[in-house]
Write a protein that binds this ligand. Structure first.
Ligand SMILES: [Zn+2]
Length: 421
C-alpha cells in the first residue's frame, strides 16, 4: 500500500519519493506507476483527484493528469506523455497543483459542515456527495426541501465557517468509533478509522483532504435543488468557487439589466412586463392577419370569373353551379397565412375551392373547400405532391403539404385547378 502523505499533512504540496512499480502503458499509451509514498490524492469518497507534476531523475518535469486508486490500496499516478517513462526504484519529486488542492479542501470541508447543518436543523442525513468541476452536490434523504430550509442550512453553515472552528484528524479503532456517535459510520472494511472532527459540531470518518479551521472554507453558497430517486439534491459552492460563481451570475445580471436600462433588482418586474407586451403584440398581430386574410378573400371573390359571365340564363346558371376556383401564391407570407386565407375562402360560400401556396421557407400548399364540396382535396394534394416530391395529406375538404424549395407552385396550382370541373 502506498503511504498516503496527505492523511496527516493535507497541506504538503512538495515531496520526494521512490518509484515502486511501473505499469504497462494503457491502450491510449498512458503511462502509470505507483510510488512508495505520495501526497497526491486519488479520486475516492466523492472527492476528485489532485493533479500536479513529477520531476524525474533526467530533470524532465511531467504533468500528472490523473490519480486513481488500485484495489490493493496503491495510489496510481497517470503521466501525460513523458519522453522517457520512470523506472522502478528511481527517485522522483512530486509537486501538487496548489490551487486545485486548496479548492478541493474548501469544497470537501464545506460539505462536512453543510451535511452536519442539515442534520442538526432538519434531521436530513446526507446519502452521497459529488464534486464536479463547477459545483458540488449532496443528496439528502428527504422527500421534500423548502426554500426556507435551504436558506437555514446555508446560514448555519456560514455561521460555523465564520466561527473558525478547528478541524482535526485522529485515528480510532472501529470499536471505539462505534461509541463516539459519528454522523455516518462507514461500511465495516477497516479496523482503524480516520476521523475528521469539526470542534463541537461534527465528527465523521473520512479519508479526504480538509482545511485546518473552518474559516479557510471561506463561505458556502447553496444553489439549485432538485428531486432525485433517493431524495433531494442540493448544489453548493464554497470559498473561491462561491466568489467565481457569484461573479459570473452578477455579470449575466448586469448584462441583462443593461438590455432594459434597469437596475439588476428590477429585472424580474421588467421581464414580466416584457412578456405581457409580447403577448399583447402577438394577439394584435394575429387579429390583424385575420382581418387581412378576410379582406384578401373578399377582393379575390370580386375578381373571380363568375361575376363576369354574361349570356343566356342557362349559361349563367351553369357558370354559377361550377366550382369557383381561387388560386393564390404568397411570396411574402408564410404557410400559416396561406392556410388562414384558404380556410376563409372555403367558408365564404358559393362553392369556392381555394388552392393556395406560400413560397416563404418552408414552402407549402393548402387546398380547401366548403364541407362536402365538389372535389377531393386530399386526393388532389396527393397527386400534386407526388409530381414534385412533397409531403403532406388531408381530408376531402382540407389538405396541406410541404413542397421542395424552388418548386414551381404557380404551375402546381394551375394544374390542380385544371383537374377540377
Ligand atoms: Zn471529508
Amino acid at each position: 500500500m502506498t503511504k498516503r502523505l496527505y492523511y496527516d499533512q493535507p497541506d504538503l504540496l512538495e515531496f520526494d519519493s521512490t518509484v515502486e512499480e511501473v505499469h504497462a502503458p494503457s491502450a491510449e499509451g498512458r503511462c502509470s506507476f505507483a510510488l512508495r509514498e505520495s501526497a497526491f490524492y486519488p479520486t475516492s469518497g466523492g472527492q476528485v483527484h489532485d493533479t500536479g507534476w513529477l520531476s524525474l531523475e533526467s530533470g524532465e518535469r511531467v504533468r500528472v493528469s490523473e490519480v486513481g486508486e488500485a484495489e490493493d490500496g496503491r495510489v496510481v499516478h497517470y503521466l501525460e506523455a513523458p519522453s522517457e517513462a520512470p523506472v522502478a526504484a528511481a527517485r522522483v519529486h512530486g509537486s501538487i497543483d496548489p490551487g486545485r488542492r486548496r479548492d478541493h479542501m474548501q469544497q470537501h470541508t464545506g460539505q462536512h459542515v453543510l451535511s452536519a447543518a442539515f442534520l442538526e436543523l432538519y434531521q436530513f442525513p446526507t446519502v452521497s456527495f459529488h464534486m464536479g468541476d463547477d459545483y458540488c452536490s449532496i443528496d439528502l434523504a428527504t422527500p421534500t426541501l423548502t426554500a426556507e430550509q435551504v436558506i437555514g442550512a446555508e446560514r448555519r453553515t456560514n455561521e460555523i465557517i465564520f466561527e473558525n472552528r478547528g478541524v482535526t484528524i485522529r485515528y480510532v479503532s472501529r470499536a471505539e468509533a462505534e461509541t463516539l456517535g459519528l454522523r455516518k459510520l462507514p461500511p465495516a472494511e477497516r479496523d482503524e478509522l480516520r476521523l475528521i472532527e469539526i470542534a463541537n459540531f461534527d465528527l465523521s470518518a473520512c479519508g479526504g483532504t480538509h482545511v485546518f479551521a473552518t474559516g479557510q472554507i471561506g463561505s458556502v453558497l447553496l444553489r439549485k435543488t432538485e428531486k432525485t430517486r433517493q431524495g433531494m439534491r442540493v448544489e453548493f459552492v464554497c470559498g473561491g468557487r462561491a466568489v467565481r460563481m457569484a461573479r459570473r451570475d452578477y455579470g449575466a445580471l448586469v448584462e441583462s439589466a443593461g438590455l432594459y436600462s434597469a437596475q439588476i433588482w428590477d429585472l424580474p418586474a421588467q421581464i414580466r412586463k416584457s412578456f405581457e407586451e409580447v403577448r399583447a403584440a402577438r394577439k394584435e398581430k394575429e387579429e390583424a392577419l385575420d382581418e387581412l386574410a378576410g379582406a384578401m378573400v373578399e377582393a379575390a371573390l370580386i375578381g373571380s370569373p363568375v361575376d363576369r359571365v354574361t349570356g343566356s340564363s342557362e349559361t349563367l346558371a351553369a357558370a354559377r353551379s361550377a366550382p369557383r376556383i381561387i388560386t393564390r401564391v404568397f411570396a411574402d407570407r408564410d404557410v400559416v397565412f396561406a392556410k388562414l386565407f384558404a380556410q376563409k375562402a372555403a367558408r365564404a360560400g358559393g362553392g369556392v375551392v381555394a388552392l393556395v401556396a406560400s413560397t416563404v421557407s418552408p414552402p407549402g400548399v393548402v387546398f380547401a373547400q366548403a364541407p362536402g364540396g365538389p372535389a377531393d382535396m386530399g386526393a388532389l394534394l396527393k397527386q400534386a405532391l407526388a409530381a414534385v416530391g412533397g409531403r403532406g395529406g388531408g381530408t376531402h375538404d382540407f389538405a396541406q403539404g410541404g413542397v421542395p424549395a424552388g418548386c414551381d407552385v404557380e404551375k402546381l396550382l394551375q394544374d390542380t385547378g385544371g383537374k377540377i370541373g
